[in-house]
Unconditional design. Sequence first.
Length: 460
Amino acid sequence: MTPSVSQPVSPPLAIVILAAGKGTRMKSDLHKVLHPIAGRPMLEHLLHSAARLDPQVQVVVAGHGRDQLETALAGRAVIALQEPQLGTGHAVVQARQALEAFTGDILILYGDVPFVSEVTMRSMLDRLHQADAPPVVVLGFEPDDPLQYGRIVAEGDRIDRMVEHKDATEEERLVGLCNSGLMAVRSQDLFALLDRVGNDNAQGEYYLTDIVNIANGDGRACAVVITDDADEVAGINARGELAQAEARWQARRRQQAMADGATLVAPETVWFSWDTKIGRDVTIEPNVVFGPGVTIADGVTLHAFSHLEGATLEAGVSIGPYARLRPGAVLKAKSRVGNFVEMKNAVLGEGAKANHLTYLGDADVGPGANIGAGTITCNYDGYFKHRTVIGPRAFIGSNSALIAPVRIGADAIVGAGSAVSRDVADGELRLVRAEQLVKPGWADSFHDAMKKKKADRSKP
């Protein structure tokens, strides 16, 4: 019998996210880390990646806009207050109370650096537990332009020293290895090192990076892990950087969609949400926009200039051009929505059609039904929403108003121009029109009279 080999057990993990900055460059009343990318707040992107590591504790260090973060997080993380803001080292100290009973690894992240990957986080934690047991692991990167980033002077992956840009010498500024600010530290080391950090520097602040220099001074070599993707550690501090991050995210998502079997006719014009789900053999024409909550099955065609949010499209569906699907729209297999059709909280049955100029709100449309141009489900009475039910194979003539609550039976026909406020039975024809009035020659007489009147007015 082969003895079992026990797998090493990872230490418990805590996440500390720094989000206390005022974000003044955003010029916004909304907290910087709550600004969305692909329809999701940047902080939520980061929390989603961190969640894959199964952290035992999550702490968000807040300052300005703390109330907004408390509302957004709804108890999913401990909020620690940093007031006043005296630097990154001082910010991490504010998490001490929340981590007082915690023993394990601590990842220090930044709320405005939302796209650091699970793989990168794991590589930092793995390095922390290699044989040489560095007290601190720093995530470094090598950008094309180092700009104002702090520098890491290292031999191999062992850090000699770290220096903030404002405190760096000209020689140190020539170093291409930059500090992302992200760190992995053991709980037993972190606060002991932070207690020794001073503020004798150009900014008069307590730098988190100083814990590396302090540990090195104790003869305990710290290590750097280098990401080969500088974009994943790009900070977002202004609207322009937010737009750049959105563009990078969208570019990657478009490539992924095509790799997964979708056709994007003009990829650069298609905009996805963070949670868009797309099947195979889906064709997406130019200028299609996905809001949150959209699921697209195989073989769907999305024609140009359509907008979808909170919608589910089953196999073989076709929509647009210029269709708008709002939350709760469900299109069953092989149904069709055409140009200038809007759906909200409505189900279009299998093979049913609403080809143009129609509003379907709070409605159930049966399989094979045909909804004529200009049809409106009148679902709101000023106080409450009401539902319209249209049976299988029903035919709704153009320019009809279905005044909910109302039920149209199977195989029923509603004549064009009808305003229907009472149920229509199966197989029934319903016409709701005023009788046509016919006056032969009236139009000719009218034109003659108007022409004479106009001529008389033009005389001097």
